[in-house]
Design a protein around this ligand. Sequence first.
Ligand SMILES: NC(=O)c1ccc[n+]([C@@H]2O[C@H](COP(=O)([O-])OP(=O)(O)OC[C@H]3O[C@@H](n4cnc5c(N)ncnc54)[C@H](O)[C@@H]3O)[C@@H](O)[C@H]2O)c1
Length: 309
Amino acid sequence: MGLQVAVIGAGLMGHGIAQSFAMAGHNVKLFDASEETLKAAPERMAASLAELGQEAAPVLSRVELCASLKDAVRNSDVVMEAASENLALKRAIFAEASETAPPDALLGSNTSSIPITEIGRELPESARRRLVGIHWWFPPVLIPLVEIVSTEFLDPEYFERAFKLIESIGKEPVRVMKDVPGFIGNRLLHSLVREALSMVDAGICDGETIDKVVKSSFGRRFSVLGPMEGVDLVDLSLVRDVHSYLFPSLEKSGEPSPLLDRLIADGKVGVRSLEGVRKWTPGQVTETRKRVSDGLIEFARRDRAQREK
Ligand SMILES: NC(=O)c1ccc[n+]([C@@H]2O[C@H](COP(=O)([O-])OP(=O)(O)OC[C@H]3O[C@@H](n4cnc5c(N)ncnc54)[C@H](O)[C@@H]3O)[C@@H](O)[C@H]2O)c1
């Protein structure tokens, strides 16, 4: 029988997280402080299910929209928070949720940048021992990875419960043993972005070249060969030699890139202004979004076919 999952926040991430639980057979109670966002959720889920070639009705029948946070969490086994990125707001949500939800409910936060430990700091011990970072990636329905993040207050039983729950819905959980900024995925991604911006700023190449280099070389390999498998295949002594020549010249700044500061000051903020690191036409923006969505759907279809084999 499905669990009762309360999802708090029905925005970009929340409606997709709710859909992922409902697709796996769980009963979801969804709440958002914005009535408009809440009401739009079923339509957004139906559109996503249509893209996946799945019937919407059985999934949507497991999603109930709730008029208050208390209604959503009252009988929940799991409270999954995906509300706006604000510490005071998240603390208030978990304070209210932990008073109303059953005393053994798993509490999860989808924050991307606020330490989970800080969100739990002012909660009673009986609640913060159940609060886990459950960090999904956008779009949550299509990206398998979910980072399960420990805190200094967490009861290991709840860490494992969160891991197994996410695994049971067909996602790929990983354990993040320390509550560090960026968890694992964003630390890796932004290390690369820091070096890329630094090379563009130094005139080594332009943004288009960076994208071409990544997409037509190790970007292709990365979905079939992780970097740690890679260094072992190459041989560690060679990797060490490469690092001894290369590392002294890599970007090590602890500040955001000055290139970003200059572009932002010039109003070049990305596709929103049709120029960021690269220049865009409206057609290219639409084409890029479609290419990403089609590519991720194709990956999801392949994963499903693999599981059903
Ligand atoms: N967008 C991403 O790519 C991404 C990826 C991973 C994690 N996250 C994290 O997920 C969370 C949600 O991000 P998003 O991109 O879905 O933002 P969003 O703005 O699309 O959605 C946030 C929703 O929270 C609602 N909200 C605000 N206060 C609330 C309250 N008291 N109770 C219930 N709902 C409330 C808002 O009305 C809004 O609909 C953030 O913590 C964000 O850091 C985002």
